[in-house]
Write a protein that binds this ligand. Structure first.
Ligand SMILES: Cc1ncc(COP(=O)(O)OP(=O)(O)O)c(N)n1
Ligand SMILES: Cc1nc(C(=O)O)sc1CCOP(=O)(O)O
Ligand SMILES: [Mg+2]
Length: 213
């Protein structure tokens, strides 16, 4: 597997797209510098999820940007995505790894110290530290871990990490500075007037912060 670049991790949500086509928004964002994309569909049926996944996979191919599917191993297998992101209530890691094989990317959400300790026993490819800040994009989040949580968890983690939840241009630098390998965002890019510009600005912050560390 090639090097995983988590610097700017875009997670989709069609409810945040302001009526625009989600694949079109993702393509603009990738042109601005998004390094990895997660398709997250919480409302639609399996056929629609599959159709969007196939379109997105095709769109990302020329950019060589990996596609991760949220929750659904069957959709990932069906569209030959590069990986799956699982949370604490999703299919167990060991089953996902057996179904996907050793070369696919598996990400796991971590929201507290106990989950972090368990994640350290697994061969996941990255963890999502969540939520860093309060967010209105996802309703059923755990309590925000804050910048101190990112610092503590990323120091104790043996895996690469991204922060997610309420991240935008005003706080992205703090998240990277606290030790996360990347930032993961929905609304700051998906709802942006100009997704390409929004992504470019965020990637610039991540790169500058890493260069200065
Ligand atoms: C990068 C990243 N981190 C965390 C999550 C949250 O996953 P989960 O806890 O399974 O919640 P849902 O996204 O499925 O509602 C994520 N999706 N991506
Ligand atoms: C998909 C997701 N997972 C979260 C978690 O805490 O597990 S927060 C979140 C959405 C983050 O959206 P925004 O960047 O708009 O705040
Ligand atoms: Mg999930």
């Amino acid at each position: 597997m090639r090097q995983l670049d988590l610097s700017l991790y875009l997670v989709t949500d069609r409810e945040c797209a302001l009526g625009r086509d989600i694949v079109d928004i993702v393509e603009q964002a990738v042109q601005g510098g998004v390094t990895i994309v997660q398709l997250r569909e919480k409302q639609c049926d399996t056929k629609q999820f599959y159709n969007i996944a196939v379109r997105l996979k095709e769109c990302l191919k020329p950019y060589d940007v990996p596609l991760i599917i949220n929750d659904r191993v069957d959709i990932a297998l069906a569209c030959d995505a590069q990986g799956v992101h699982i949370g604490q209530s999703d299919m167990p890691y060991q089953v996902v790894r057996r179904l996907l094989g050793p070369d696919k990317i598996i990400g796991l959400s971590v929201s507290n110290a106990q989950q972090l300790e368990y994640a350290n026993t697994l061969d996941v490819d990255y963890i999502g530290l969540s939520p860093v800040f309060d967010t209105t994009t996802k309703k059923d989040t755990s309590k925000a871990i804050g910048i101190e949580g990112v610092r503590d968890f990323s120091r104790k983690s043996k895996h690469l990490s991204v922060g997610i939840g309420g991240i935008n241009v005003s706080n992205a630098e703090q998240v990277i500075h606290a030790g996360a390998d990347g930032i993961s965002l929905v609304s700051a890019i998906i709802s942006a007037d100009k997704p390409k510009l929004a992504a470019a600005e965020l990637l610039n912050i991540v790169k500058q912060t890493k260069n200065n560390m």
